[in-house]
Design a protein around this ligand. Sequence first.
Ligand code: DAH
Length: 337
Amino acid sequence: MKETLQRIKENALTAIRNTDTELEQIRIQYLGKKGELTSVLRGMGVLSPEERPIIGQLANEVRAEIEAALSEKAAMVNQKALEEKLKAEKIDVTLPTTVSRMGHLHPLTQVQRSIEDIFIGMGFSIAEGPEVEYDYYNFQALNIPENHPARDTQDTFYITDNILLRSQTSPVQVRTMEKQKPPIRVISPGRVYRSDAVDATHSPLFHQIEGLVVDKGITMSDFKGMMETFAQQFFGSDTKLRFRPHHFPFTEPSAEIDVSCFVCGGKGCRVCKNEGWIEILGAGMVHPFVLSNCGIDPNVYSGFAFGMGIERIAMKQYGIDDMRLLYENDVRFLEQF
Ligand code: DAH
């Protein structure tokens, strides 16, 4: 029986040594309920009482050795599998990546942001207003009553009789003065809408930046000084301003303001259509009617306001001659800016 046990042990250990995958079968074959070692133990009844404990102990040792060999081999197999997995999943961080294309801000946004930056530098803050607006804010509070001819120049999308898509950013003036008492120094960029047919210089949706300053003792010369600072920072330090009398219902007096052409310096070129000047905005001293509409006493306070079209400025600055290019989102166009 000793020899049988010895043989079982050697066969088991050899089998374990020679496999990576069949450890469980080997365990069943030798140590299982119907395994070879178990059947030897079952046959111990024929042994003499002296032999029994000796063979019993030997059988236990054989079992322990086989078990130890099995678990040692299992640990080795696991370790090997882990190493192979790590090797297979290794990432080479030095490999070149696939380059993803970097975008940038739309030219209109770039222009808007640089205008904002200059005004923020002068102590202005940014105010926002709704694009779907009441007739009251877009027109009436700005001294443009029903049937006023100024409404014809801003062909408006109406949603109901008294709700519309704002045709200008000027309503934000009113909303700001209703909420905030002077001193007021705000700009308000945003989308405006007019029922215009699309062509090279018109779009039913475009962008403006409104400006409003209200305080005690504000005069036209404050506006001129501020405007000159803005124009020289934005268009270049040689830029000159030209004020032309104009009419807006919500300012008195009103003016349209031109800058000397930043391409030719005023000599006349394609960009300024040989005029030497480029119109950039409408402006004026806030009409007393508008101030008192907003609960601000025009005998105590005065202010100026201005509004400029962002598309116009972007087109002049970048030499874009068709407004539609700005909205088509063709990357071949946009990537030039
Ligand atoms: N809202 C005017 C427009 O769209 C532009 C404008 C003119 C704004 C004079 C002003 C202003 O604030 O004072 O044509």
